[in-house]
Design a protein. Structure first.
Length: 121
């Protein structure tokens, strides 16, 4: 699994990188073998004006699945990172369980039914 962290209008310190890695490992660690890549984009939307404008965007790539895109905007960047990681965990878990259910249904079909369905595709 590849992890890429980028920052726009925010200084990407070692402490901030460690926080992102720690939160993603905690949230998605049991699913790392199914995740190919995670792109993390941290940004300050309003720049020095302040406000609820610290954004964390996660793009999670998994084999055979559409990308999972999670975005959170908060006043504090660490809160945005924490919330985005938590939402990513729930979303990836839900996506993988749906994929697993579909695979189970197809394999549980009698062979003549699954052959007819694959022939019609």
């Amino acid at each position: 699994m590849q992890l890429e962290i980028q920052a726009r209008q925010i200084e990407l310190t070692d402490i901030l990188q460690a926080h992102v890695k720690r939160r993603l490992e905690f949230a998605l660690g049991t699913r790392f073998d199914q995740i190919q890549r995670i792109n993390v984009m941290l940004s300050d939307i309003n720049g020095p004006r302040g406000g609820n404008d610290k954004r964390c965007q996660l793009i999670i790539s998994m084999a055979g699945q559409p990308n999972v895109v999670i975005e959170d905007v908060q006043a504090h960047l660490t809160v945005a990172i924490d919330r985005a990681a938590s939402r990513a965990s729930r979303t990836v878990t839900r996506r993988l369980s749906k994929h697993r259910i579909k695979a189970t249904r197809v394999s549980a079909m009698p062979s003549h039914v699954s052959e007819q369905q694959s022939a019609s595709l």
